[in-house]
Write a protein that binds this ligand. Sequence first.
Ligand SMILES: [Zn+2]
Ligand SMILES: [Zn+2]
Length: 277
Amino acid sequence: MRLTVLGKSPSWQDADGACSGYLIEEEGTAVLLDCGNGVFSKLRRFRDYTTVDAVVISHLHADHFLDLVPFSYALTYAPRQQPMPVDRWPGTETPARPKLYAPEGAQELFRRIVGSWGNDDLVDNAFEIHEFGPSDELEAGSLRFRFQDVPHFTRTFAIEISSMNGGGRITYGADCSPNEELVQFARGTDLLIVEATLPRPERTGIRGHLTPEEAADHACRAGVKRVLLTHVSDELDEMWVRRCASRMFKGPIDIAREGAVYYPDEAIVDEPVAAGV
Ligand SMILES: [Zn+2]
Ligand SMILES: [Zn+2]
């Protein structure tokens, strides 16, 4: 199993960056985990979008799903996605229509958003939409997905991606405030992707995100093998983030970078190779 960081910005993009998006691939299967603003363009650097089998959305905040709109336009209007009359071109492939798994209420929300300019069924037609709940388990090729409710400003699911071929296990914390559920869900995982959004706890007192110390504390309590801190703005000092996290977690700590590749079962990390990726 291979994970590529496509986007890691918080709810506003880094310079040249993208919001949340992670490409997970194993033996020909490709799943996009979250599709925030900017992610579709980054996806195209690494993978033909018509070969993505499924998109899984952790929660219905813009920075985790907004690029479903350009993705839907591509699936609808790209010349190679145009249906051909089979009698004239026998054997013509049918256009790609990936599965889209999103929390309950997603289909209605997508219709409202694209419906605001009259394209109500854009996302419905481009993707095969399935809404999921916490007890659902999904499969795509050799990958299995499980879900766990975590506290955030809207209903949000942490997501576990495990390889059924021995390719390791990834736990993605999505966005969340400090909680015990993620610790239990991520117990012993190979790679915990956890947000470290805040330089300090929310001034309002209403919690929805984590500081680097809190993120690393979750990794420590869950006994994970490696932690990848994400949702960190380029306006924060990466060295400071790492210093804070290393007080709480003594295992390997990475700060997410676009283009970085992880093989969770082998603890291999490839840093981005192309400039600006
Ligand atoms: Zn969020
Ligand atoms: Zn977010």
